[in-house]
Design a protein around this ligand. Structure first.
Ligand code: ADP
Length: 218
């Protein structure tokens, strides 16, 4: 069975989700109350529809229950975002992802049953801050308040050593889950794998431990 998606709100965020899903060849319905925005997506999405999703009868008429996953990407209008989510939930939509504007918005969305709340500006801000603070950190993904996955570029201090030489797991309590080397990716590298300059180490662990490792070797 093919998955069907609906994206409500075609601003920068919703618009790029819609484009990416369509590029993957997936069925996606694009919805916005602004006709110009909808026209922009008429050639991109499978269907593009004008509608105000705070109106339950509009949402019902779209047959929204039949979609596997609905993404609510209504920007600044928090009230409309909450009301839309509530209507989707009441109509029994299987999976709802909502973009939150701030922490209060996020809290309400979780309370009313949004399955997944995203905070793109805040999360992207954190990721960029991490890579600015440390020159060797390329990317960062927060797993919980205390755990992350981080991409660290290996420098001369690490080059030539194998994972067993470095004994990273015992010394720092973190794990190298993969190494990116030019076009190659070594998943679950073996203990004897030797690190080369400019290898990208994908490290998972507690933030405090990852920080200790970064400071020690960089
Ligand atoms: P972004 O920060 O992602 O660019 P915007 O605020 O520019 O977000 O875009 C949000 C979109 O959501 C706008 O295109 C707006 O027309 C649409 N939108 C806002 N309220 C509703 C609503 N009640 N029903 C449908 N679409 C809505």
């Amino acid at each position: 069975m093919r998955k069907e998606f609906a994206v409500i709100g075609l601003g920068r965020f919703g618009g790029s989700i819609c484009r990416a899903l369509a590029e993957e060849g997936l069925e996606v319905m694009a919805i916005d109350r602004n006709e110009d925005r909808v026209n922009e997506f008429s050639m991109i999405a499978t269907h593009a529809v004008v509608g105000d999703t705070t109106d339950e009868s509009v949402v019902k008429s779209l047959g929204i229950r039949n979609f596997d996953h609905v993404i609510v990407a209504i920007g600044d209008n928090i009230q409309a975002s909450i009301l839309t989510t509530l209507i989707l939930k009441e109509l029994g939509v299987n999976k709802i992802t909502v973009k939150a504007q701030n922490d209060y918005h996020e809290k309400v969305l979780r309370k009313i049953g949004a399955d997944h709340v995203v905070h793109p500006e805040r999360d992207m801000g954190k990721r960029i801050a991490h890579s600015i603070v440390s020159n060797n950190v390329l990317d960062y993904l927060e797993l919980s308040d205390e755990h992350s996955i981080v991409e660290i570029v290996a420098n001369e201090k690490l080059a030539g050593y194998s994972l067993i030489d470095l004994d990273i797991r015992a010394k720092y309590g973190i794990n190298i889950v993969a190494i990116k080397r030019k076009n190659e990716i070594i998943v679950s590298p073996k203990a004897h794998e030797r690190i080369q300059v400019n290898d990208i180490l994908i490290v998972i662990g507690a933030d405090v431990d990852i920080n200790r490792f970064e400071k020690k070797v960089m």
